[in-house]
Design a protein around this ligand. Structure first.
Ligand code: ATP
Length: 370
């Protein structure tokens, strides 16, 4: 049982109604959140949603206007950054340009007055962990972006904080290196066992890294869950659209049969059935949300699907690993469908102007409120 599902588990980090105003503007609004020891928790949201401000309040660089921050049960009110059991890794890395890699990493330990031999041992260990031992004598400007990122991570880890706060840690890396480094970061976090809170605006990064994700919008945490929960059971249109893409089809509830809700969708020209616990009475306005990869598409209908509509292919985009189709249903709805390119041959690919059958099961979609 993961700690967040265990009612006995004590949170390691507790945010209790935390807000931050700048002048009259509320950048963070009433965030209440528990994070558990050993988690790699991502704060995910678009530009300006308040994620950096929230992280800075954990580090002690900003003072909350309201609410409390507790780390390991202790209220952090009034504590300066260096008096907290936290360390922060900045997007800019903030390495000292005139110091070698090992001196950069040793800096904080020296300042704390640790014995020389212990400093040397800890620096050597952490250099090995981030695979930078051969670069120990180099200066930051003699390193690649990815290597600098590892030095910054090593410097943040070497002080063995209980909580490491990372603001867009991979933001300076190009896409390819970023993707590789995500797995490395995750591996290092598991090895050191330190709780990480990571700020990112990149949904794929959040999906790759996280034990859980807190999705932010306009200063608020709008949903917290595992990557799987956030993708498969978003609670709102905002979250459904922010993580991946989704077809939202407006409709009205016509009734419930056991675990299934029936929804009349005029734009589909059909009544659909969805496996859902969503509580809505007959006549209520809702949306059927369908991920593009959950819709099966073919020239002929196949057995085993509860829902089917006919559509015409309007656009096709070949993306390599998958193909994206824009379709118009007979009822006038626009649908996006993706097909994985693992097994299909070119002859199977529906072309622009073709009519196809679109099918999905009752378990494929989810229901969102109006
Ligand atoms: P980004 O991904 O663009 O960095 P973010 O989600 O990290 O965005 P924050 O940096 O937390 O966003 O900023 C949230 C809001 O608070 C923004 O509208 C920003 O302009 C505002 N803000 C942040 N710091 C200050 C400040 N010191 N004074 C006034 N407004 C601020």
């Amino acid at each position: 049982v993961p700690p967040w599902a265990d009612p006995e588990a004590q949170p390691f980090l507790r945010l209790d109604g935390v807000s931050k105003s700048f002048g009259g503007f509320e950048a963070v609004r009433g965030v209440t959140l528990d994070i558990y020891r050993g988690e790699l928790f991502c704060l995910l949201g678009g530009s300006g949603c308040g994620k950096s401000t929230l992280l800075r309040m954990l580090a002690g660089f900003e003072t909350p206007s309201a609410g409390r921050v507790l780390i390991d049960g202790e209220d952090q009110a009034g504590r300066a950054p260096h008096d907290r059991p936290t360390n922060m890794m900045f997007q800019s890395y903030a390495l000292f340009p005139h110091m070698s890699v090992e001196k950069n990493i040793a800096y904080g330990l020296k300042r704390d007055g640790l014995p020389r031999a212990e400093i040397a041992a800890r620096v050597a260990d952490i250099l090995a962990l981030v695979q930078m031992t051969p670069f120990a004598r180099r200066k930051p400007d003699q390193l690649s972006g990815g290597q600098r990122q590892r030095v910054a991570l090593a410097r943040a880890l070497v002080k063995r904080p209980k909580l490491l706060l990372l603001d867009e840690p991979l933001g300076a890396l190009d896409r390819k290196l970023r993707e590789e480094t995500q797995f490395e970061l995750k591996k290092i976090q598991a090895e050191v066992g330190i709780t990480f809170v990571v700020v990112t605006h990149d949904q794929e990064e959040a999906m790759t890294l996280s034990s859980r994700i807190g999705v932010m919008n306009a200063g608020e945490i709008v949903q917290v869950g595992t990557p799987h929960e956030i993708y498969e059971q978003p609670h709102s249109r905002f979250v459904a659209n922010f993580i991946g893409s989704v077809n939202c089809i407006e409709g009205r509830v016509t009734g419930r049969e056991g675990g299934h809700l029936r929804i009349a969708c005029p734009d589909l020209g059909a009544e659909v059935t969805v496996e859902s616990g969503f509580e809505a009475g007959a006549g209520e306005k809702v949306a059927l949300a369908l991920r593009p990869e959950k819709i099966a598409m073919g020239r002929t209908a196949r057995p085993g699907f509860e829902n089917m509509v006919t559509g015409r292919v309007e656009e096709v985009a070949y993306m390599g690993n998958l193909t994206i189709f824009q379709l118009r249903t007979d009822g006038g709805a626009r649908l996006r469908v993706t097909q994985s390119n693992t097994t299909r041959t070119d002859a199977d690919v529906p072309r622009i102007g073709e009519n196809v059958q679109l099918q999905w099961t009752g378990a494929a979609g989810f229901v969102l409120g109006a």
